[in-house]
Design a protein around this ligand. Structure first.
Ligand SMILES: NC(=O)C1=CN([C@@H]2O[C@H](COP(=O)(O)OP(=O)(O)OC[C@H]3O[C@@H](n4cnc5c(N)ncnc54)[C@H](O)[C@@H]3O)[C@@H](O)[C@H]2O)C=CC1
Ligand SMILES: O=C(O)[C@@H]1CCC=N1
Length: 265
């Protein structure tokens, strides 16, 4: 069993803990502790065998792998607190913080600690995350981190320079796709469905569209061509969406999110 401390049990930290407790595979490999300043807000995790505490120092002492899931502005306070307990020989730090470089964290911890960035998303809660992992010279640490995030969904090792882009495409991406599903549901209600039916149809259709790409490795446009019957209703709707800037709005939103990360702290 590997001991994992998730430091910062907010939205993401809780999702990671839930995923690690949810499957037999993950639960048999990882013993998880989650810290939060107000631990009573996440006591429900204890029902799943997760330790919940506000004691960062004890959590660090008891862990091999530390996952930092506090907000970027909270990192100085956290590291100041845990620094005396960090053992560079033992600990690996995986940071989920948007826009915070490994070097920035190393300046706070002092040199010699193995630190790498990871960028999962909240679908970790149901073991369907996409996690991008920063390539690092610390190959043993990289292997351990990949193994953990593999239990939470898909992983991809990428160069450091792409961590901001991966934050937007993968982590923020959950919100972007959900907004699409909400909009599609609202359209569905306007053309006759009850809200729950519209959401089911939109969600399952989004899942089906993703699965078509993931399973057949094809390009979206190839799959779109199979749906757009000549003179049919799909191409009419799709073109209207494009006249109103659908693709352009998505691309512009992704670029703005990415630019914004530089100033996130
Ligand atoms: N929410 C998301 O979907 C994703 C978030 N991230 C990153 O994860 C980090 C956390 O984001 P969220 O979960 O959204 O924020 P959040 O505000 O929900 O969670 C942060 C948690 O850390 C706790 N905390 C703060 N200082 C602490 C300390 N010294 N000791 C223990 N706990 C402490 C807070 O009480 C809070 O519960 C951020 O750095 C963000 O960039 C990355 C990928 C996805
Ligand atoms: O919005 C944010 O800043 C965080 C990082 C990625 C997802 N949520």
């Amino acid at each position: 069993m590997k001991n994992v401390a998730i430091l910062g049990g907010g939205n993401l930290g809780t999702a990671l803990a839930q995923g690690l407790a949810r499957t037999e595979e993950a639960a048999s490999k990882y013993k998880v502790t989650v810290t939060r300043r107000t631990p009573d807000h996440i006591r429900h995790l204890e029902d799943k065998g997760i330790t919940v505490t506000d004691d960062n120092t004890e959590a660090v002492k008891g862990a091999d792998l530390l996952i930092i899931a506090v907000q970027p502005a909270q990192i100085e306070g956290l590291i100041e607190e845990i620094k005396p307990a960090i053992d560079p020989q033992k600990h690996i730090i995986a940071s989920t913080m948007a826009g915070v470089k490994s070097e920035d964290i190393a300046k706070l911890t002092g040199s010699g600690v193995r630190i790498l960035r990871v960028m999962p998303n909240t679908a970790a809660a149901i073991n369907q995350a996409m996690t991008c992992i920063e390539k690092t010279p610390h190959k043993e640490a990289e292997k351990e981190v990949i193994a953990l995030f593999d239990t939470l969904g898909e992983t991809l090792v990428i160069n450091s320079e792409l961590m901001e882009a991966s934050t937007v495409l993968g982590a923020c991406g959950i919100a972007f796709f959900l907004r699409y599903i909400r909009a599609a549901s609202q359209g569905g209600i306007e053309v006759g469905f009850h809200a729950e039916e519209a959401q089911l149809i939109a969600s399952q259709t989004a899942l089906g569209a993703s699965a078509l790409l993931l399973e057949s490795n094809s390009h979206p446009e190839q799959e779109i061509d199979k749906v757009t019957t000549p003179k049919g209703c799909t191409i009419a709707g799709l073109n209207e969406m494009e006249h109103n800037g659908l693709s352009s709005a998505l691309i512009k939103g992704i670029k703005l999110s990415c630019d914004m990360i530089e100033n996130i702290r």
